[in-house]
Design a protein around this ligand. Structure first.
Ligand SMILES: Cc1cc2nc3c(=O)[nH]c(=O)nc-3n(C[C@H](O)[C@H](O)[C@H](O)COP(=O)(O)OP(=O)(O)OC[C@H]3O[C@@H](n4cnc5c(N)ncnc54)[C@H](O)[C@@H]3O)c2cc1C
Length: 433
């Protein structure tokens, strides 16, 4: 077999994703293939498997764990030409090829009066990439992370076999849920070529509150109380410096200059926002602002631009997840650890999910102390029944900590990898060393 029928590309911009440069591994020599469908992916994988050539998979390249960076000489499959999308209105489903972006999927659903509620922050993330990382985002609380939406997958296994897992049914108890293995497997078990995705009715009455608090204690109490009584779509926390960065990049104004700890609460219905406003006042909010639709867009823009404004100043974006009610305790303890190492950390995140994005700032000599800091806070999270990645995945930058903190689970994961990919050609170095 040869691959003469394919155009191949050597394009340096495919050697990166959105992982901060300080921590991202370097890419090697690779050629890029842009297959159009599962049959073409199958040909490439068969060719590579027979010759034991490493194959990396790239969706939108918005990942934050270097999962799509080709770190060995080999092949990079880009799914950018796999763009077909069909909306099955009567079953409320989208059947998408892997390269469909979040923006394209959202718009296609809306055209049919439906919605795809999750909002991972990068609109050019692809369906394949979001499934491979089990992405979350700012609206995961009520309807769940991407895993909750995926009913079926078409996968090309490393030996080239094209297989289907799951289907169009909402229920499926037929044996082991193999479909679930691929969600969050970061391209290490197979290449996702197509997905069947659940859609929901449009969110017509979505309401948003912007709430400044004087301190983090009040903000976290509000978050816990709101989640005890209501199910928000999302609850986002931003420390003051994060808000200021989002303002300066977006050119939009946050609701108040007062307050050290800010919460953006998103609800499916206005009555929920009104009840939550009462809770906020009872938790000493400085004020509570109910946003108009235009203001909702501006507030979300401020939130979503923070990473853009901060990414060149940070060592990395951490992705710790702890039980939501333990966030305050986690933050106090991790701040103490940061102080011990002289590290300044800017924090925001999906506080309703217990998922924090801590951003340690670059400083002279950070390399000497950073790794110990990182290991300590990850251990702290695990000791608190949390985990080291809520939504960004392990990729190539958290695999040592995964192996160290979850040794037994890690060895089972490795055995599963060997079943699907005995030659270890697919996304080598991701999740596993
Ligand atoms: C500004 C910004 C905000 C973000 N906000 C969020 C957020 O709120 N929530 C969140 O969860 N993430 C967020 N992310 C991270 C990122 O958008 C997600 O990880 C996203 O799911 C990656 O999708 P992608 O298509 O860009 O994947 P890539 O970066 O291309 O790849 C990510 C991983 O998936 C694998 N992969 C990609 N396509 C396939 C496929 N077809 N088959 C098998 N494996 C595949 C890759 O090999 C890699 O391991 C954010 C990123 C940025 C830059």
């Amino acid at each position: 077999m040869d691959l003469g029928e394919f155009e191949v590309y050597r394009i340096d911009s495919y050697g990166y994703d959105e992982t901060p440069k300080t921590i991202a591994p370097k890419s090697r020599n690779f050629i890029v293939f842009k297959p159009r469908n599962a049959i073409e992916v199958s040909k490439i994988l068969k060719f590579a498997n027979e010759r034991k050539i490493p194959v990396f998979v790239r969706g939108g390249g918005t990942g934050l764990s270097a999962g799509a960076v080709p770190t060995l000489d080999g092949i990079l499959i880009s799914t950018e030409r796999m763009k077909e999308i069909e909306i099955d209105v009567r079953n409320r489903l989208a059947i998408c090829e892997a390269g469909v972006t979040l923006d394209e999927l959202t718009k296609a659903a809306e055209k049919h009066g439906l919605s795809f509620p999750p909002k991972p922050g990068a609109e050019n993330a692809t369906v394949g990439g979001m499934i491979a990382t089990n992405a979350g985002g700012v609206r995961a609380m009520k309807f769940g992370v991407i895993r909750n939406y995926v009913l079926g997958l078409e996968i090309v296994l490393p030996d080239g076999r094209i297989m289907k897992f799951g289907g169009k049914t909402i229920k499926n108890s037929a044996g082991y849920p193999l479909l679930q293995l691929f969600i969050g497997s970061e391209g290490t078990l197979g290449v996702i070529t197509k997905a069947i995705i659940r859609l929901f009715p449009q969110l017509r009455d979505m309401s948003m509150l912007a709430i400044p608090f004087r301190n983090i204690e009040d903000a976290m109490e509000y978050s816990i109380e709101t989640c005890r009584k209501l199910t928000p779509l999302g609850l986002e926390y931003m420390e003051k410096r994060a808000v200021e960065i989002g303002e300066s990049v977006s050119g939009k104004r946050w609701v108040s200059k007062e307050g050290e700890a800010h919460i953006l609460s998103i609800f499916e219905h206005k009555w929920e926002a009104e009840e939550s406003a009462e809770i906020a006042y009872s938790c000493n909010a400085v004020d509570v602002f109910l946003a108009s639709p235009k203001e909702q867009r501006d507030l979300l823009d401020i939130r979503s631009k923070i990473y853009l404004g901060i990414k060149n100043r940070i060592i990395e974006i951490l992705d710790i997840c702890v039980p939501p009610a333990s966030i305050l305790e986690y933050l106090r303890k991790s701040d103490e650890i940061a102080r011990k190492y002289g590290i300044d950390v800017i924090t925001y995140g999906h506080v309703g999910d217990g998922n924090l994005h801590q951003h340690p700032l670059i400083f002279e000599g950070w390399e000497r102390v950073y790794w110990n800091f990182r290991r300590e806070i990850m251990r702290l999270a695990v000791e608190m029944d949390g985990t080291i990645s809520g939504e960004h995945g392990i990729g190539e930058i958290k695999r040592d900590e995964l192996a160290e903190l979850f040794p037994e689970q890690y060895s089972i994961m490795r055995k599963i990898k060997e079943i699907f990919d005995p030659n270890g050609i697919l996304n080598p170095g991701k999740i596993f060393k």
